[in-house]
Design a protein around this ligand. Sequence first.
Ligand SMILES: [Zn+2]
Length: 180
Amino acid sequence: MIVFDIITDKKFLHQKCDDVSFPISEDDKKLALDMVEYLKNSQDKELSEKYGIRPGVGLAANQVGVKKKIIAIYFEENGKVIEYALVNPKIISYSIKMSCLDSGEGCLSVPKDVEGYVYRYYKVTVKAFDVITNKEITIKARDYLSIILQHEIDHLNGILYTDHIDKKDPFKIIEDAIFI
Ligand SMILES: [Zn+2]
């Protein structure tokens, strides 16, 4: 069982991460896979209670103290597991249409949820090296996966979801945005 100490220090989280150089070291590969494993375990009620960890669907390496461009994603949708261990992920295109989670976003590094809408691109295409399949991949994402990818890639650029919330009008409605 992998238990990470999740960083909540905003000063650290607001720093950008560095590109991972290729060939990817065994340590970096292990970290990426451990991060996916951590997310998977965090969603297991018994394990999350036993180890006192919050359930999460995405994680960036700087959240576990490593300033490298590595993110992990793990969730189940319609009985299907969606999992990625991505190195140097990059958004190569995005839709004009925006979307937003109805309930707002949350983050393992933000212990107390901050309320408000976080608008993101409805669709994104992301290029990255995936450690799970051990190859360069292109992900065409929409809906929930698109939002998670953008949330995690933001982390690598030193941006938290709370940075996106309009301080004066946290529940501002953007016309045409798709609420998920
Ligand atoms: Zn986060």
